[in-house]
Write a protein that binds this ligand. Structure first.
Ligand code: NIG
Ligand code: FE
Length: 402
């Protein structure tokens, strides 16, 4: 090491410095490896990690104006949340009560609630209002240690209001410290006016919305809610192929409620990720593996819907899939904005090991957004998104690595 090299900031005395380092999404036994440096430290120069190692080695070789003492707590990468819906006007807690009284998410959606119940407000809201509301929510996520999120449109369902949502995401990305990756989700639901004319809405999606989102460069990903009562497999295939032709990459709400072949289609289409997967078939698991699609599991949604069947995380890990985890933060089915709680639920409800869950909310989540070379781990050359382990890390319900 070069002696007396100067950096801006040194963080020293981490009892465990969790690097989660990996150039590729982690699978199998590697998913259990957190790349921990005991008594670790790192240096930051111009917002980039410039050195990392044992505290004594770093202090011998580097100086800095600002030295942060991690006080023998855990230091880890900022969390990456690869599936969120943070742009909306009001939460739908009335639906929570309806579910407690026995109604299912699908029944509520089919009787005027669900995604459609969030549309009117978003269409009426000004861009400024959406920015103001979204910014507050996203700043709260930052406070809880999340430093990169994916954010979807999907509560406007007209060309104008979908573009407005994406512009809100773009503006919030500019003004907040969060790194935000936008996804176009015009195929979130059929809006009321086209609920009996699917062809017309698909036509608008393919011929108006997607080209306009592309022309204005507002999103690189296109997502869809593929479910028997929303977009069927064959409707999804048409829409996503059209999106691909325009140059979009694909993300995918697949097999959340019923095993209708969503994962299989995600594989066929070469999606970047397939998300939810509570009802995935064994064939779906095999196909995701074959096509290198990253499964993103959303246990806080299952929890919030009061369901007991969670996505088969262990089966997917055993099949060699690089599982990632996300909150699915949204106004109806899941108001959880904490990747810490998600990791905890992944352990308690899906039997993921703590180390697997931590890799799934950091490096694997980053790879699922094609940001694995920039964020998601603590490595020289990467963005210095660092969580200095406060006491709240205890919610991971883990003891093996603390
Ligand atoms: O991922 N499943 C579709 N989209 C959201 C639900 C959005 C809503 O209910 O408002 C989800 O769970
Ligand atoms: Fe979602």
């Amino acid at each position: 090491m070069i002696k007396n090299k100067h950096v801006d900031i040194i963080i020293k005395n981490a009892s465990q410095l969790v690097t989660a380092a990996s150039d590729i999404p982690k699978t199998g036994v590697e998913l259990q490896n957190l790349g921990i440096i005991e008594d670790g430290a790192l240096g930051i120069f111009s917002g980039i990690i410039s050195c990392i190692g044992k505290t004594n080695e770093i202090l011998e070789s580097y100086t800095a104006k600002t030295i942060i003492d991690a006080s023998h707590k855990v230091v880890m990468p900022g969390f990456v949340d690869p599936h969120t819906h943070p742009i909306f006007v009001k939460t739908r807690e009335n639906e929570f009560e309806m579910r407690l009284q026995g109604k299912s998410y699908k029944e509520i959606s089919q009787t005027g609630g669900g995604i459609r119940a969030s549309i009117k407000d978003v269409r009426e809201a000004s861009l400024e209002k959406l920015i103001e509301l979204g910014l507050k929510r996203i700043n709260k996520m930052l406070e809880m240690g999340t430093t990169t999120i994916e954010a979807k449109s999907g509560y406007g369902l007209t060309t104008e209001s979908e573009l407005k949502m994406l512009k809100a995401i773009q503006m919030i990305n500019e003004i907040s410290d969060m790194d935000i990756i936008p996804t176009f989700l015009g195929a979130h639901e059929y809006p009321e006016e086209y609920k009996d004319d699917h062809e017309k809405y698909i036509d608008i999606l393919i011929n108006e919305m997607l080209p306009e989102v592309k022309a204005q460069n507002l999103a690189g990903y296109c997502d869809i809610f593929c479910e028997e009562h929303v977009f069927t497999v064959s409707e999804s295939r048409r829409i996503l192929n059209a999106a691909k032709e325009l140059g979009f990459k694909i993300r995918f709400h697949a097999d959340e409620l019923e095993p209708i072949g969503g994962a299989e289609l995600a594989a066929e289409i070469g999606a970047m990720s397939a998300d939810h997967l509570v009802a995935i078939s064994d064939e779906g698991i095999r196909k995701l593996k074959e096509a290198s699609v990253i499964p993103i599991l959303l246990p806080a949604t299952t929890f919030s819907l009061g369901l007991t069947k969670y996505a088969p995380a262990r089966k997917m890990i055993d099949a060699g899939l690089p599982v990632a985890l996300a909150t699915d933060f949204n106004p109806g089915s899941c108001n959880c904005d904490s990747q810490q709680l998600v990791a905890s639920l992944a352990c308690l409800q899906m039997k993921m090991l703590p180390a697997e869950a931590v890799n799934a909310i950091t490096i694997n989540a980053a790879h699922s957004l094609e940001r694995g070379k920039l964020v998601g781990s603590l490595e020289v050359g990467k963005q210095a998104d660092v969580n200095t382990g406060h006491a709240n890390l205890s919610v991971f319900a883990i003891s093996s690595w603390k």
